[in-house]
Design a protein around this ligand. Sequence first.
Ligand SMILES: C[S@@+](CC[C@H](N)C(=O)[O-])C[C@H]1O[C@@H](n2cnc3c(N)ncnc32)[C@H](O)[C@@H]1O
Length: 190
Amino acid sequence: MTQSTVAYWEPLWASGRRYRKITDPERQLLAEHLGPGHSRPALDIGCGDGLLARHLHDPLGYRSTGIDCAPSAIALADTGHREDGQPHFQVMDFATDDLSELPDPAYAVITCRLAYKFFTDKAAFLDRVRQLLVPGGIFWVVTELADRRDDDDPLQRLGITSHDREVLTSDWSTVTTVDLDLLACFALRP
Ligand SMILES: C[S@@+](CC[C@H](N)C(=O)[O-])C[C@H]1O[C@@H](n2cnc3c(N)ncnc32)[C@H](O)[C@@H]1O
């Protein structure tokens, strides 16, 4: 079992595990770097209980989709209230499932919050993200960095290594990095 599979994540969500909430400074960065959605499509990969996909939808104004490999996460995310224009939520393994199962063929914004770390084959993951980004689109990644914690801190494993960071930030036309406490946010443009 790897950390990018449903077998790893489903029991965590089903047993009540939850993850770091989006803070006001993070909301501010999203507004500054992604801008208003004007109903353009946005995709949140590894959306968990759907907070970011909902924020992309309202107030930012994207037509957002959240995907996660864990059915229990999608069950929490999807309130089923279609009439007030909720995001679309879908169970999907982004590493292996057919990308044509997504509701849109391409996205103006793709986000990945606290999930990049867990994709085993990062180059393959990034190839798939690039296939889905429109020209001029933006890939927004929020992640912990391992070197922000001491070597004897057991939570250091939650952060990406400097090699993972190098893989993430290569081959984009622009890379903007913003620090947010223990997190780093990356705005990557093809
Ligand atoms: C630490 S949680 C973060 C959840 C959410 N993005 C947040 O910020 O609260 C990582 C999420 O990535 C999802 N995930 C991991 N591998 C995945 C994959 N291959 N495809 C889709 N989702 C995946 C997990 O199920 C989990 O919900």
